[in-house]
Ligand binder design. Structure first.
Ligand code: SAM
Length: 284
């Protein structure tokens, strides 16, 4: 039995823990995957790492050895007890008992960056899958002062998040992510790498946060609203989708705009690049 599996079972027994599926608890027990997450995060002594959902502390232990500081955000009180116990001797460990979606990360990062020794801030997480998208969108949309985000997500979601607009596997979210970050796939992770096993295959992905968003746009909210509407009716042509949702005042206006951009009348949302959506937004 892998040492990590043994250790996880030991901790679960000691604290009478049963994984809570409602909280997306699937504990990572694969040594190679843990190594890959840590290695790809390239953590330095001048880094602050924010870990979302540390659970029993499997990744936390490695992060504490490498980072200047680790701040964990965990919702489950049972995990808080374990983590406090387990890492009480580490002076670079802090824990926040809260729903990550409610944490004011902006203020937290600002406070930590005022400490002389912290230069960069990185997020590392094996995410609870029931709130993957809201967490990732919070991290990106709040324009946090982050270097990288390295996270485990479901493979299907990973494909969407790391796709390139205009190519295959895209959805509205692909465009949002691409605007803020460059996303890459790190490693595919089989179900057997967790206890309990999740229902789907997983993947570790990494976002490198862009210093400047990918396109210049005055009203990014308007652009993302157009993209969302274009993809809600993705089986239709872009012209019909945006006319039906009243983004175009009428078909004639739509035809004219598509023509000005050199796009076919029957073009579909997924064929457009981010720049082309930005141009449509500017024209409107
Ligand atoms: N990091 C551990 C590991 O890799 O074994 C556990 C990962 S488990 C997939 C997800 C963790 O996120 C659980 O510990 C769960 O309690 C925690 N969690 C669930 N919802 C949360 C929320 N809204 N805010 C913070 N943590 C949450």
């Amino acid at each position: 039995m892998e040492a990590i599996l043994q250790e996880t079972k030991f901790i679960m027994n000691k604290y009478h823990i049963k994984a809570n599926r409602n909280l997306g608890q699937n504990f990572l027990v694969n040594e190679k995957t843990i190594e890959k997450i840590i290695e790809s995060s390239n953590i330095q002594k001048t880094d602050l790492v924010i870990e979302i959902g540390p659970g029993l502390g499997t990744l936390t232990k490695q992060l504490l050895e490498k980072a200047g500081k680790v701040i964990c955000i965990e919702l489950d009180a049972k995990m808080i007890t374990i983590l406090k116990d387990r890492f009480k001797l580490y002076s670079n460990f802090e824990i926040i008992h809260q729903d990550v979606l409610k944490v004011d990360l902006q203020t937290l990062i600002k406070r930590e960056k005022e400490q002389a020794k912290i230069e960069k801030v990185k997020i590392v997480a094996n995410l609870p899958y029931y709130i993957t998208t809201p967490i990732i969108m919070k991290l990106l949309e709040e324009r946090l002062d982050l270097e990288t985000i390295t996270v485990m997500v479901q493979k299907e979601v990973a494909d969407r998040l790391t796709a390139i607009p205009g190519e295959k596997n895209t959805g509205a979210i692909t465009y949002s992510v691409f605007y803020y970050a460059e996303a890459t796939q790190i490693i595919e992770v089989e179900k057997e790498s967790f206890i309990p096993e999740p229902e789907v295959t997983s993947m570790v992905i990494q976002f490198n946060i862009r210093k400047q968003p990918k396109v210049k746009i005055k009203d990014e909210k308007a652009m993302f609203n157009i993209i969302k509407n274009a993809f809600t009716q993705r089986r239709k042509t872009l012209l019909n989708a945006l006319t039906n949702t009243h983004i175009f005042q009428n078909k004639e206006q739509g035809i004219q705009i598509l023509k000005q951009l050199g796009l076919k009348e029957n073009v579909r949302a997924e064929e457009l690049t981010l720049e082309q959506f930005a141009k449509i937004t500017e024209k409107l």
